[in-house]
Write a protein that binds this ligand. Structure first.
Ligand code: BG6
Length: 518
């Protein structure tokens, strides 16, 4: 993940070049990499799609995407004029094997012009159902064979369940070596998610207490205030467990729970992560109701505006059983984590967009202070805030000023935006650059995707076999269904609601004041 400029000539072949992902994510990321000087001198972006689009119109469309979605702001005319000629569009029927011979010729033409063999990145910005003909087409035209220069990128959802993920892995590895396959989980490209590794393994302070002896439990939360938007076609068949828990939340869990890698070699890091997934205790069918909660939002209010319920969203069935909220309790059965619960939760139409990991330490083993001093005391807590704000906060006890002995919790806080005055790269920028460099550390290996499906399969199956009778069961703008509180309350614990949001109200006060109530 060293972000130095790449010299290797590169062609991005984007299947689904006319689609939403290219417009919203890929074009802004590639443009920002270009502006920041990371793109090689010789590169091309070749959008491939079913409907013909003239190069000029295609460039205009991508520019609109950059202007609307880039975190780096709008395009500037000079940079765009330099960037745009690298973009071309090619119409192709992906079910027609001959289309791939045409593609092979186009790619060879680049090699000839550049006088060098270019890296070819085949990006599947399309639903999984069309990956098969594309992989076969690429193989038919021998575009898969060069292990060094040919790479294939696959987006989530990576399969629909364990069997379909295995099927997809079999298909990909039939034509490509594992080292050529880049499975994207965009959370792994997020700066703060990567920072979990730095925080854990570049500091001596925390690793000795990062275990069951000192940690009581861990909470991983990814809350969104958006609804399903225009993605109901996909989401109706996915739901929160598949859409978020199987990938993003489990990947974060892996980074929190993994053993120290021997080196930062991509296979070493990924091996340590897959070890965690394999150690997650299997939830038996009869245990699902005690360890997992699902919910679906009804109408409500978000940030002062009225929003509709999930079942009234366009394209959603009036009796939809799809969950828009999921909370799960997991255990990692190994020496480090035995009997330490990991509570994961995610949902749409919650009060705020907020992702954080909260590490709750055990209370002190013996109370030195009299009961009267402890009225407000709480165990240590470490908070890794991922979005919208990025930072690390540590709660510890101090003596409250005054003549009597009373303890009070305070927060020590680090915020990225204050400590570093630079823009953090967007996840896709990091991931696209890593693909160009051939660094797969931040991508999912085949066995990781399968192990992650293995973790959630019993819950998926139980939820499929027992139709929810209580949906909708939380109002848009609330933190989730009632059963969600019970999931953790039955263990004598409570959910941590976003600390940062409460702090943000007044950062200055929060810095010196006591921690807000949970
Ligand atoms: C995607 C999910 O993978 O992640 C979406 O499919 C979700 O449903 C999105 O909204 C959240 O990503 P981020 O980066 O906005 O937290």
């Amino acid at each position: 993940m060293q972000h130095d400029k790449i010299n290797q000539a590169t062609v991005f072949v984007i299947f689904g070049g006319g689609g939403d992902l290219t417009w919203r994510k890929l074009a802004p990321a590639l443009y920002n990499l270009f502006v920041d000087g990371y793109m090689p001198e010789r590169f091309a972006i070749l959008g491939v799609g079913r409907k013909p689009i003239a190069d000029d119109s295609y460039r205009r469309r991508l520019r609109e995407g950059v202007d609307e979605f880039s975190i780096g702001g709008k395009t500037d005319q000079q940079s765009w004029d330099e960037f745009a000629p690298h973009i071309v569009f090619s119409k192709a029927d992906l079910n027609d094997p001959q289309a791939f011979d045409g593609l092979a010729k186009e790619l060879s033409a680049y090699d000839e012009t550049w006088g060098a063999k270019a890296t070819r990145i085949y990006y599947m910005a399309l639903p999984p159902s069309v990956i098969k003909p594309i992989a076969e087409g690429l193989a038919g035209a021998k575009l898969n064979l060069d292990r060094e220069h040919a790479r294939i990128v696959v987006e989530k959802p990576f399969g629909h369940d364990l069997n379909s993920a295995r099927e997809l892995n079999r298909l990909l590895t039939q034509y490509f070596q594992e080292s050529q396959v880049y499975r994207i989980d965009h959370y792994l490209g997020k700066e703060t998610v990567q920072n979990i590794l730095a925080f854990r393994f570049a500091n001596t302070l925390f690793e000795p207490i990062w275990n069951r002896r000192y940690i009581d439990h861990v909470q991983i939360a990814v809350a969104e205030n958006d609804g399903v938007g225009s993605r109901s076609g996909y989401y109706e068949h996915a739901g929160a467990l598949r859409d978020m828990v199987q990938n993003h939340l489990l990947q974060i869990l892996c980074l929190i729970a993994m053993e120290a890698p021997v080196s930062f070699d991509s296979d070493e890091v990924r091996q340590k992560k897959v070890d965690v997934l394999r150690a997650i205790r299997v939830i038996r069918p009869e245990q699902v109701h005690q360890n997992a909660v699902r919910g679906q939002y009804g109408g409500g209010w978000i940030e002062g505006g009225r929003v509709r319920g999930y079942r009234s969203e366009p394209g959603v069935a009036a009796d939809s059983a799809t969950e828009t909220f999921a909370a799960v309790k997991l255990y990692v059965d190994n020496w480090r984590w035995q009997e330490v619960p990991f509570y994961l939760r995610t949902g749409k139409r919650l009060p705020a967009r907020n992702s954080e990991v909260s590490i709750h330490f055990r209370p002190v083993p013996h109370q030195t202070f009299p009961a009267s001093a402890l009225l407000d005391s709480r165990p240590n807590r470490l908070l890794i805030a991922m979005q919208p704000e990025e930072g690390i906060l540590l709660r510890f006890e101090v003596k409250h000023p005054g003549q009597s002995m009373a303890l009070a919790p305070v927060m020590m806080q680090f915020y990225y935006r204050e400590a570093f005055q630079v823009r953090s790269p967007e996840a896709y920028e990091t991931l696209l650059l890593d693909i160009m460099k051939g660094d797969s550390t931040l991508f999912m290996r085949a066995d990781q995707t399968e192990a992650a499906w293995g973790v959630i399969t019993p819950i998926l199956e139980m939820w499929r076999s027992v139709r929810p009778t209580e949906f909708f069961n939380y109002q848009a703008g609330s933190w989730g269904p009632e059963a969600f509180d019970i999931l953790i309350a039955q263990d004598g614990r409570s959910w941590t609601l976003p600390t940062f949001l409460q702090c943000r109200e007044d950062l200055a006060i929060c810095r010196v004041a006591r921690e807000p109530m949970e």
